[in-house]
Design a protein around this ligand. Structure first.
Ligand SMILES: *[C@@H]1O[C@H](CO)[C@@H](O)[C@H](O)[C@H]1NC(C)=O
Ligand SMILES: *[C@@H]1O[C@H](CO)[C@@H](O)[C@H](O)[C@H]1NC(C)=O
Ligand SMILES: *[C@@H]1O[C@H](CO)[C@@H](O)[C@H](O)[C@H]1NC(C)=O
Ligand SMILES: *[C@@H]1O[C@H](CO)[C@@H](O)[C@H](O)[C@H]1NC(C)=O
Ligand SMILES: *[C@@H]1O[C@H](CO)[C@@H](O)[C@H](O)[C@H]1NC(C)=O
Ligand SMILES: *[C@@H]1O[C@H](CO)[C@@H](O)[C@H](O)[C@H]1NC(C)=O
Length: 435
């Protein structure tokens, strides 16, 4: 029995090698801002500098938010520089070039990110880096870039994978709904590091590592080619799903998918359920804070995607929640929170509408345990955290508890904490010592 168990554990243990970088870059999940969810293709240096200045002014920088990332559409569309082969920054949007805006961002004590794709063109049809990895990595380094988001558009037919992936969940099963398009499944035991997708992303990793500059490498292959099994050795984070959209059904769907990937979270490597939509679309105030809290406890990169000069006080307070940031940036505990119970569904149910509702994780920064409870239903409902169900809390009857949203000390709570939650809201508890 023991042998069988250890074999199963080994078979699904992620690669131990990781992209370990200087000055701890990429060791903890990234904190920052990106232009795409707020502005799409309509990006320029004014918008980038507005975001950077607001990050300082609003106190986000003081909390550790550091990357200001330019997404797609920063370059001249149809050509590279015929002499240097470099991508040409669009000077109608960035009059000082990318290096100009990089200097200004650095002057604020922040870091700057750029975007490209592991294909011939980006998703908006601009020149991308497949075949030009060295040229582009060199240009990015010279311009002062600190972060690269590397998308998966514009892949020519001779670079597509031989097989489509069906990705197992955290316990090695294939939950219902994860294999919608298995037209050409890989044989059992196929090593996805043999795939062309792996090669496309590895070529850019090697080009970045060859530069005399530390550039955080954020893979965006939409979870394809079972990236969870090779993401840790290739990048600092890797997208595990398709793009997020600013509405609850999308947020819940991605939270459900990522909940099965928590064994892959650790120092230097983080599955990425995509950038934040807090402040965007039709998310209610409950949905905004549930989205942020779930992303924070999953130790996802937290990349803000809203116009910061326009953000409401309520949404800003969510992004600045000290308890969640402390949990997320724990320098001692690398693992994320894990679901300890699904709640609405039986445990391990794959359900895009009702993700796991009960999560817990240890925290050195909070000197205790973080507990999250979600109401995934469409109406108000009660959720109960029972200490004897929570792995970190079994063994004592009563604990000191703080409500992470209000900061209120709830005192010594015996056996369980029960709370009524509005639709799509979360309770976040900081559970301290036994009492
Ligand atoms: C990723 O690699 C690092 C360094 O080798 C290791 O500490 C970490 O545990 C790995 N992550 C996972 C999820 O195995
Ligand atoms: C291409 O690069 C050369 C050499 O740096 C430069 O002189 C020229 O202006 C660039 N052309 C464009 C269109 O950016
Ligand atoms: C795809 O074709 C291009 C252009 O001929 C070539 O440079 C590249 O090596 C090919 N890729 C693969 C994976 O064979
Ligand atoms: C927001 O929009 C999505 C997608 O259009 C829809 O499914 C959802 O019900 C809407 N939510 C609210 C609170 O209006
Ligand atoms: C700011 O918010 C207003 C009202 O919510 C909206 O109409 C406007 O488009 C927003 N501006 C930006 C830059 O997002
Ligand atoms: C998975 O799908 C099968 C067949 O559609 C169904 O019988 C089973 O209950 C589903 N399991 C879960 C956990 O949803």
């Amino acid at each position: 029995m023991l042998t069988l168990l250890s074999f199963a554990a080994l078979a699904f243990l992620p690669s131990a090698n990781a992209l370990v970088r200087k000055e701890n870059v990429g060791r903890l999940p990234a904190l920052g801002w990106n232009s795409w969810n707020a502005f799409g293709c309509d990006v320029d240096s004014t918008k980038i500098m507005t975001a950077a200045n607001e990050m300082v002014k609003l106190g986000l920088k003081d909390l550790g938010y550091e990357y200001v990332n330019i997404d797609d559409c920063w370059s001249v569309k149809d050509t590279r520089n015929l002499t240097t082969k470099r991508i040409i920054p669009d000077t109608s949007k960035f009059p000082g070039g990318i290096s100009g805006v990089a200097d200004q961002v650095h002057d604020l004590g922040l870091k700057i990110g750029i975007y490209s794709s592991a294909g011939e063109t980006t998703c908006a049809g601009h020149p991308a880096s497949l075949g030009y990895e060295q040229v582009d990595a060199e240009a990015f380094a010279e311009w002062g870039i600190d972060y690269l988001k590397y998308d998966n558009c514009g892949v020519p037919s001779n670079w597509t994978d031989q097989y489509t992936a069906c990705v197992p969940d955290g316990s090695g099963n294939f939950p219902n709904g994860t294999c919608p398009d298995l037209s050409n499944p890989a044989p059992a035991g196929y090593d996805w590091a043999q795939s062309k997708t792996f090669t496309r992303y590895t070529m850019m990793r090697d080009a970045l590592l060859a530069q005399d500059r530390t550039i955080l490498y954020s893979l965006c292959d939409w979870g394809q080619a079972d990236v969870n099994t090779w993401g840790n050795e290739t990048g600092n984070s890797w997208r595990m799903s398709g793009d997020i959209q600013a509405n609850w059904p999308h947020v819940a769907e991605i939270a459900n998918e990522n909940s099965f990937r928590m064994n892959y979270v650790g120092f230097w490597g983080h599955p990425d359920p995509d950038m934040l939509e807090v402040g965007n679309g039709n998310l209610t105030s409950e949905e905004n804070r549930a989205h942020f809290a779930l992303w924070a406890v999953m130790k996802s990169p937290l990349i803000i995607g809203t116009a910061l000069d326009n953000i409401t006080d309520a949404n800003l307070a969510v992004l600045k929640n000290q308890y969640l940031i402390d949990f997320h940036q724990d320098p001692v505990v690398g693992r994320s929170a894990h679901p300890y119970k699904w709640g609405y569904n039986p445990d391990w149910t794959f359900d895009p509408v009702h993700p796991a509702e009960y999560w817990s994780g240890p925290s050195s920064t909070l000197e205790g345990t973080l507990v999250l409870m979600l109401n995934s239903e469409d109406s108000t409902s009660t959720r109960i955290a029972s200490w004897n169900e929570i792995p970190e809390l079994k063994g004592h009857d009563a604990y000191q508890v703080i409500d992470a949203w209000s900061g209120e000390d709830l005192g010594c709570v015996k056996e369980a904490y029960s709370t009524s939650l509005a639709s799509h809201d979360v309770a976040v508890l900081v559970v301290k010592g036994a009492c």
